[in-house]
Design a protein. Structure first.
Length: 294
């Protein structure tokens, strides 16, 4: 496996000065991001396949062990505050359980039975999108979970950093992040982990865009849970509609702090009509505006 390869370039790495060593680590991070360029088309195909399932109420289910599990949890957890994605539409299958996020659980990743069992517990089905993440691509827990999910009709996406990965072969949408050897052999929290996080960022963000939770470059479906976000909501309404901040604030209040409703109200729709338009268009603000105002 390339992620386990010992590179002769770094055999004296521990003897290098800080400046040289940090520069090498930084170059590795840049290379990790560059590794995503070849997989953009495949990632886009996975987005197109996943969006209709999630629109029908399916879940994003992240599967992983160790570093990969933590990266998956970080991505899934951020969907709530950023896009107001429902909590019930995200789930996790973590080798060793939630406690393994903070402390390694010995041998947990080696249990294929536990991986399959967790998918059964979650009741994964045809509307769910199950994302398996593993640098080696051969983690028994993760591979078994993906196989079980696919057998139950779920859409499966496999993200791995080795070309011969079982995880890729088992997935509907295999995503190979070819990050090569790590500076510290086998330390996949480095390049492999960075590439995994970036791939998940792209995938989940594009899903939210396709599901109508973004307008232009604005996260119009966010939850305004504090003063900063409430100010941001008012600013978004003002920016989209061209109205004053005072008018935007009034529309936002009428909309019960819902940015999309606030935009339509600021444009002249009453609240009931705005709600009907958004419901008709599956929450897509652009489509609602086009119908109401051309």
């Amino acid at each position: 496996m390339t992620t386990e390869t010992v590179s002769h370039l770094y055999r004296d790495f521990d003897l290098w000065g800080n400046a040289k060593a940090l520069e090498a680590l930084l170059e590795g991070q840049a290379a990790a991001i560059a590794s995503l360029k070849p997989i953009l088309q495949g990632l886009g195909a996975a987005v197109d396949a996943a969006a209709p399932r999630l629109r029908r109420g399916g879940r994003l289910i992240y599967v992983g062990a160790g570093t990969s599990a933590r990266i998956g949890v970080q991505d899934g957890a951020e969907l709530f505050p950023t896009f107001n994605w429902p909590h019930e539409q995200v789930a996790f299958a973590i080798a060793g359980g939630e406690g393994a996020l903070l402390r390694a659980v010995e041998n947990a990743e080696d249990s294929a039975e536990e991986g399959a069992r967790r998918i059964e517990e979650l009741g994964a089905g045809p509307d769910d999108v199950v994302i398996g993440i593993a640098a080696s691509g051969n983690t028994p827990y993760t591979v078994a979970a993906i196989k079980a999910a696919r057998a139950r009709g779920a859409l499966t996406v496999g993200i791995a950093n080795n070309s011969e990965a079982q995880l890729l072969a088992a997935s509907d949408h295999p995503i190979l992040l070819d990050t090569g050897p790590e500076i510290i052999a086998g330390s996949t929290r480095l390049k492999a982990g960075t590439a995994q996080k970036a791939a998940l960022n792209l995938f989940s963000t594009m899903l939210m865009v396709r599901l109508g939770r973004v307008y232009g470059g604005l996260m119009v479906h966010m939850r305004p849970t504090n003063a900063k976000l409430r100010r941001r909501g008012v600013e978004m309404i003002a920016r989209i509609t061209g109205c004053s901040e005072e008018a935007a604030a009034a529309a936002f209040e009428k909309a019960d702090n819902d940015v999309k409703l606030g935009v339509l109200i600021a444009r002249g729709a009453d609240k009931a009509k705005a709600e009907t338009l958004l419901e008709k268009h599956g929450g897509n603000l652009r489509q609602a505006l086009a119908e109401a105002f051309g």
